[in-house]
Design a protein around this ligand. Sequence first.
Ligand code: F6P
Length: 361
Amino acid sequence: MTKRIGILTSGGDCAGLNAVIRAIVLHARGRYGWEVVGIREGTQGLLDRPPRAQTLGPDDATGLMLRLGGTILGTTNKGDPFAYPMADGTVVDRSNEVIAGVRALDLDAVIGIGGDGSFRILHRLARQGGFPLIGIPKTIDNDLGLTEMSIGYNTAVGVATEALDRLQPTAASHSRVMVLEVMGRDAGHIALAAGIAGGADVILIPEIPYRIAAIGAKIEDLKRTGRNFALVVAAEAVLTEEGQHKGVGGSSGGTIRYGGIGAYLAERIAQATGAETRVTVLGHVQRGSMPSWTDRMLASAFAVHAVDLIAVGKSGRMVAWSYRQVIDVPIEDAVAHFQAVDIDGPLVKTARGLGICLGDA
Ligand code: F6P
């Protein structure tokens, strides 16, 4: 039976989203002969009348899409339809308008490419509106439960690792301590993986409380071995020693916009050690990039599985990567399980085994 399925990208963009769209178009059209509709800017496009959407065809399934960063559909991390902020300052429930948008487009099912926040909203909408929904996990933060990897994470770690590769020679040339602040929201996955891959001396993640004195001691140790520089990676949600978050003002998807812990640490490390410090805030550079091969592969595998799930009448499932397989899990279970860094897990052990200071010793 022919179907008409919708795709939307929701929440912060990342590398690999267009690769997902491409693979959905290829598989849904090629294998099943379905029509594929791209919804513009997440649920925002479904609130407009007529809903903002475009039919996706062969031109959206080219090799270029594999390589292209961002999302051709646009996205938003604002405007929860259940608590929608109106121009006049009021907050209203517009969920039924979004559902009417799905009906107006005559969609048999929707594939949402998003993170935990987006999935909570989409899952609620799908249940309320009675339309089938399949989720594909994407987030550079890699904090979604029940999947070992989400799309965008691998590319973001690659960018952060390359930043360390570029900081090392300049740090060594000037005998400096370089502090690199990376994204990741409340999880330290990017900092930990990139810190290990990029040869950091100190890695600070929100999951492990630190002391400046411990970082100072590590830098003094390095000096004693003849090292004239140090590389420090800090996840954006690391607290100050006094236990405060550093924010840059405004909100990101309704929560605090992190930023500034790198500068704070650079100043404190300089005071504690007398070292000359510099700070680099990597920011959105980690999101926009040509996707890594891993993200392209993951995007393609997730998309094919998602389309197959719709074909067999499944709904409310999120595709996931687990032990070299693509599986699917209930969306509510995935979002209920925030995946922080496991402080007894293999990467923390690896970092400690390499003598990397995690700020707590
Ligand atoms: O969740 C992805 C992410 O890039 C976080 O790592 C970061 O804190 C946040 O989004 C930034 O959001 P915005 O694009 O709203 O600045």
